[in-house]
Design a protein around this ligand. Structure first.
Ligand SMILES: [Zn+2]
Length: 112
């Protein structure tokens, strides 16, 4: 993802990204998907952030955000049910949004 978009996400949600994350794939490689998912990821982070505001979890961090097989993968260092459900919801949603342009889309099979 373009650095300026990525920074908007990383700087906006302190509960998700204020911990040192340089030892993680996110810290090393940034958000590993294209710009079309900016809104999707921003919205997911905002909801996770809201959960953490009402139920602070010390040391919570996002470890990796990437695309795999046309689907958003969003990994954290915690297994909180409410957050896991949100992540699943947004990963499902990612299959209906073009990773490049953000318009409605569906996963197509590659011809080998
Ligand atoms: Zn597109």
């Amino acid at each position: 993802m373009k650095k300026e978009l990525q920074d908007k996400i990383l700087q906006r949600f302190p509960y998700l990204f204020s911990n040192i994350y340089y030892d993680t794939p996110l810290g090393q490689r940034g958000i590993e998907c294209m710009d079309g998912w900016f809104d999707l990821i921003y919205e997911l982070c905002s909801k996770v952030n809201n959960i953490l505001i009402s139920n602070p979890i010390s040391g919570f961090k996002v470890v990796q955000i990437k695309e795999k097989f046309g689907r958003l993968r969003f990994y954290t260092n915690n297994d909180i049910r409410e957050i896991k459900e949100l992540i699943r919801e947004y990963s499902d949603k990612s299959e209906t949004i073009c990773e490049v342009c953000g318009k409605p889309a569906k996963i197509t099979k590659r011809i080998r």
